[in-house]
Design a protein around this ligand. Structure first.
Ligand SMILES: NC(=O)C1=CN([C@@H]2O[C@H](COP(=O)(O)OP(=O)(O)OC[C@H]3O[C@@H](n4cnc5c(N)ncnc54)[C@H](O)[C@@H]3O)[C@@H](O)[C@H]2O)C=CC1
Ligand SMILES: O=C(O)C(=O)COP(=O)(O)O
Length: 528
């Protein structure tokens, strides 16, 4: 069955064309994004969801999203998606980080000019036949100081345009390096200095717990009298009530707002003032930007479904379409080795160390680690996936260590997992041969060579004559057919292991009989 995508926001039709050309079913239902009940009722039938900012992907929506694997945000901000809930559900969330940044930066500059020259109010007055030439005295932009809060992709483009307008540009961004600031031609300052010196403040941070209300009442009180404020990022970055008061008492000369604490903003404490300019979240709304983000999100989501590529995901490591086929067998190996440990561990795993040896050490190891954790947790958590496993492992206090090193074992690539439990360490290693099939090559110190099969029996026993015959007799008597039989031991008469693939499931009674055989230390059924 081809994957099904729901487009629940007003995306350019270019997206639908791409989905369909890539063999993916796409339903375009832009009204659903604004109707939580209808979206909740529909979401269960879809593997992918393509959105802009109108669709709120809440924990409640995700709880109904039984098949959902990926959410694609045709745009930048993903604050309308409950990322922890999506991650816990194993849903990848991807955005398109650059497609609308020039357009949004241009909107911020346009808003700054609109404020400086009161263009919207002057337009309304002129078209009303008033010709109020003396009412609309403006301010010049050249020579003024622009304070950019958040100097990332959009902030940097705003800085470039502002420098072209002969402004002095200062920026507050804790993650902006001195070198980058110099390259951009901006002065990196602390927030206090920005507030104290800027003639115009423009916000360009994402909405995070740290940036929420960054322009608070206290922050506004520390700005210069006559400052102008532009917000084309997210509504919650400023205190709307405090800004309204500061506009009314004349401390703030003007504010231009594209985004609001509550959207759609049909009412707002800032509305109704001549020195306030508002647009309805139009920052990204140019035909060029919308074409770019729609194409990009559709390509990214299609690449995920058809080629296993992950690009611009906020909750999973990136994997290119070229890397995906090379990585896939090792992701499967990681998951199966994790599953092996998860199924034989008798108590909770406290830590997992993963050694990547040889060629595989040069690959995207984080995706393999995520798969190994997913396998490890699967026997106790049905719904875990490589997307959710790292966060769950962290929550459960499972320490994870990745070690990469050159080949030491004669295999081109080897993946070795070591899990610490209250009862000791469990170690297992495997590889993928040229046939692309993952194999288990070592259990503890004992070499074996076994392919994974849906139903297996793992035993540890004393290496004594007669064991294999007795073992096979028990299975024969229970009418269990043996598909493959792999053996290994550390030394003659020492410790031996067997990995036996069987057709069909094994009854618990048969397993008890195996456990009762002389010399058997452990016998477990395994499912892969
Ligand atoms: N109005 C609209 O239609 C649009 C709004 N946006 C908004 O603009 C935001 C910025 O977009 P980009 O520049 O592409 O993102 P970005 O991730 O490239 O840049 C954000 C910058 O904010 C900085 N930052 C993070 N925490 C900070 C803090 N506590 N204080 C100061 N700076 C901090 C980061 O270091 C980064 O440099 C988006 O997150 C989105 O919310 C984006 C596109 C369109
Ligand atoms: O990309 C972003 O972050 C935006 O805010 C653009 O929002 P929109 O896609 O126009 O609803």
């Amino acid at each position: 069955m081809p994957p099904r995508i729901l487009i629940s926001d007003s995306l350019s039709p270019a997206a639908i064309d791409i989905f369909r050309a890539r063999g993916i079913e796409a339903d375009f239902e832009p009204a659903l994004g604004k109707d939580e009940a209808r979206l909740a009722a529909a979401i269960g039938a879809y593997d992918g969801l393509a959105i802009r900012s109108a669709t709120k992907v809440t924990a409640e929506i995700l709880a109904r999203a039984e098949r959902l694997k990926v959410i694609g945000r045709a745009g930048i901000g993903v604050d309308n998606v409950d990322i922890p809930a999506a991650t816990a559900k194993g849903v990848i969330v991807m955005n398109t980080p650059f497609g609308n940044s020039v357009t949004t930066a241009e909107h911020a500059i346009a808003m700054m000019f609109a404020l400086a020259r009161q263009i919207p109010a002057a337009d309304a007055s002129t078209q009303a036949g008033k010709w109020e030439k003396n009412r609309f005295m403006g301010v010049e932009i050249a020579g003024k100081t622009l304070g950019i809060v958040g100097c990332g992709n959009i902030g940097a483009i705003v800085a470039d345009r502002a420098l072209g307008l002969k402004m002095r540009v200062i920026a507050y961004d804790p993650f902006l390096t001195e070198e980058r600031a110099q390259a951009l031609g901006v002065e990196k300052v602390e927030l206090d200095a920005l507030l104290a010196h800027a003639d115009v403040i423009t916000l360009h941070t994402p909405m995070t717990p740290q940036t929420k209300n960054i322009l608070s009442a206290e922050a506004l009180a520390r700005t210069r009298k006559g400052v102008r404020v532009v917000n084309c990022a997210r509504g919650g970055l400023l205190d709307e009530m405090a800004l309204a008061r500061a506009l009314d008492d004349g401390h703030v000369a003007g504010a231009a707002l594209d985004v609001f604490a509550v959207e759609p903003a049909t009412e707002n404490p800032l509305f109704g003032r001549a020195n306030v300019v508002c647009t309805p979240h139009l920052g990204a709304s140019t035909s060029e930007a919308q074409e770019k983000v729609a194409l990009q999100v559709a390509e990214q989501m299609s690449d995920y479904f058809t080629r296993g590529a992950v690009a611009n995901a906020v909750n999973f490591p990136s994997i290119t379409a070229e890397e995906a086929p090379r990585l896939a067998p090792f992701v499967a190996l990681g998951e199966k080795l994790g599953l092996f440990i998860g199924q034989i561990a008798r108590s909770g795993v406290q830590s997992l160390s993963i050694v990547f040896e040889g060629h595989i050490a040069q690959q995207k190891t984080r995706a393999i680690t995520a798969a190994a954790l997913s396998g490890l947790l699967k026997p106790i958590l049905e719904d875990v996936s490589p997307v959710s496993a790292p966060a769950i492992a962290k929550e459960r206090g499972i320490a994870v260590e990745e070690i990469t090193r050159e080949a030491q074992s004669g295999y081109e690539s080897l993946l070795a997992l070591a899990a610490r439990t209250a009862e000791g360490e469990i170690r297992v290693a495997g590889t993928v041969f040229h046939d692309g099939r993952p194999r288990i090559m070592r259990i503890g110190e004992i070499g074996v060579d076994a392919e994974f099969a849906p139903s297996m029996i793992y035993t540890q026993n004393e290496d004594r004559p007669g064991f294999i015959g007795r073992f096979a007799n028990v299975l024969g008597a229970a009418s269990v057919n043996i598909a493959t039989f792999a053996l290994g031991r550390d030394a003659p008469g020492g410790c031996a292991v067997a990995l036996v693939a069987v057709d069909g499931a094994l009854l618990e009674g048969t397993l008890d009989e195996i456990r009762a055989l002389p010399g058997v230390k452990q016998a477990t059924t395994l499912k892969f």
